[in-house]
Ligand binder design. Structure first.
Ligand SMILES: C[S@@+](CC[C@H](N)C(=O)[O-])C[C@H]1O[C@@H](n2cnc3c(N)ncnc32)[C@H](O)[C@@H]1O
Length: 213
């Protein structure tokens, strides 16, 4: 996501340290305590934050954490989280490459990958958030029967992901190649999703469940 540098972004992220967690490793193993919730959802690559902030309102009984590495974009997400009436949402404005340093094994219930960057060139496929090197990390961080839910407009990324998950310790629990053809009031739209739906493009969605050992 390209965006002009916002001078207010970094100061805003620093000022709102009740919502924007600067040292996420300090909460490793304590995210549910911090949020005072039994269930933890984490969205990786949360962009401008529509998804995790609106889902946090729809599901106030759960805790929601967004992870976004682009400071300018993360600041927009942070503003939404700060202004929300619901305090069950936190943001990490850093690169998810370090996610295993921030969450304990088995701590997360659901990971959301929404419209992740496709990195179309083969040479960059390791950067895809559904590459097996990430899936192996997610598997550790997820609880027993934990899930990963992915939505994308990108057919090639979706096909790649189906094959990657098949190589890892997950079972495909649900798949839909035109998710928004029907109403899904249980799931809100992301910023990217809204654009693709307005263009009548299909939304691919899959749910994988971690296999028990
Ligand atoms: C295509 S945008 C989608 C944004 C949002 N999820 C949506 O659906 O509207 C992908 C976002 O993921 C972020 N991202 C990509 N790789 C990331 C990583 N390793 N850690 C954190 N954020 C990442 C990018 O900065 C970008 O904002």
């Amino acid at each position: 996501m390209r965006m002009r540098k916002k001078s207010w972004a970094e100061p805003f992220l620093t000022e709102h340290d009740d919502v924007v967690i600067a040292s996420p490793d300090s909460l490793k193993g304590y995210w549910k305590n911090r949020l005072n919730k039994q269930n933890l959802h984490v969205e990786i690559g949360s962009g401008k934050g529509d998804y995790f902030t609106l889902m946090a309102e729809l599901y106030p009984e759960a805790g929601w954490v967004g992870i976004e590495k682009n400071t300018n974009v993360a600041a927009i997400a942070a503003k939404k989280a700060v202004e929300s009436e619901h305090d069950n949402q936190l943001l990490i404005a850093q690169d998810a490459e370090k996610i295993s340093e921030w969450f304990a094994d088995g701590e997360i219930d659901v990971i959301h990958l929404n419209f992740s960057d496709p990195w179309p060139k083969t040479g960059y496929k390791k950067r895809r958030l559904s590459h097996r090197r990430f899936l192996e990390v997610y598997e550790k961080l997820l609880c027993e029967n934990g899930q990963i839910i992915m939505k994308t407009d990108n057919r090639k990324l979706f096909e790649f992901s189906l094959l990657e998950f098949a190589q890892c310790h997950f079972i495909l629990s649900d798949v839909n190649v035109d998710f928004r053809a029907e109403d899904h009031p249980e799931d809100v739209m992301t910023e990217y999703e809204r654009k693709f739906v307005d263009l009548n493009q299909p939304i691919y969605r899959a749910v994988w469940t971690k296999l028990s050992k």
